[in-house]
Design a protein around this ligand. Structure first.
Ligand SMILES: [Zn+2]
Length: 242
């Protein structure tokens, strides 16, 4: 799954259930497993000037990096971390570890060639799923669509959990990027303004944030509407009486 998707879905799965006031722990746990992959990419690209093909086709499979990535994607290591935090009565750390486990469980069914060793270091087993979230040769058009849809559906709920305009803004950016990336996966070029599909995609990217905001503040909007209706009604009826 895309890293930002983990952030959104983990917030819904944990923030709405066992850890409503621990957004930061959930966020770090959701992102942490993929951090080694970002570091690997930046080093390969900017320190060693490798091509994209070499980075993902060769360097990514070097045992050193593979072991680091397997460690951060290890379900047993995250569970041991959870147990230690639980015994130390450190709730924040425990939630972070649960969030890491959720990251692994969401990655498990959507990685094909790049399947992680989720049971490392106890086992080198990789589950080569028939489905990939990014590889269109392995049903990514469906899997990527389902992933994007889940993130978009979860967004109004996540919006309710976020406190600052800054984090809410990031969520909107995540949603818009999901829509554009999925369009790209379907072969829609955002720069080709002659295509009707491009305009459909742009329209969707513009309307989605509005829908998310409207559905988040539905209650507030309704209250405001009631208030204005009442005030107007009072004014009208007062005028009539006079
Ligand atoms: Zn991952």
């Amino acid at each position: 799954m895309q890293t930002q998707g983990h952030y959104v879905l983990n917030l819904v799965l944990l923030g709405k259930t066992i850890a409503p006031k621990h957004n930061i722990a959930i966020t770090i746990g959701a992102i942490l497993p993929d951090i080694p992959i970002f570091v690997f990419y930046l080093i390969s690209k900017y320190m060693y000037n490798m091509s994209e093909a070499k980075i993902w086709g060769e360097a990514y499979y070097q045992p050193g990096w593979q072991n680091i990535i397997a460690t951060s994607h290890s379900i047993p290591i995250a569970l041991i971390g959870f147990l230690v935090c639980w015994l130390l009565d450190w709730k924040w750390g425990a939630i972070l570890c649960v969030s890491m486990v959720f990251h692994c469980l969401l990655d498990l069914p959507v990685h094909h060639d790049d399947a992680h060793r989720h049971f490392y270091p106890f086992s080198d087993y990789r589950f080569y799923s028939p489905v990939s979230y990014w590889d269109i040769n392995h049903h990514a058009r469906i899997a990527g669509g389902v992933e994007a849809a889940l993130v978009l559906i979860a967004s109004p709920i996540v919006m309710g959990l976020l406190k600052t305009p800054y984090t809410k803004g990031i969520l909107i950016v995540i949603d818009v990027v999901y829509i554009l990336l999925y369009g790209w996966m379907l072969g829609i070029n955002v720069l080709n303004l002659k295509s009707l599909k491009t305009w459909g995609l742009i329209l969707l990217a513009l309307v989605t944030p509005l829908i998310i905001f409207a559905s988040t503040s539905k209650e507030q909007s309704l209250k405001k509407f009631q208030y204005y209706k009442m005030t107007l009604w009072n004014k009208l009826s007062n005028n009539k009486l006079r």
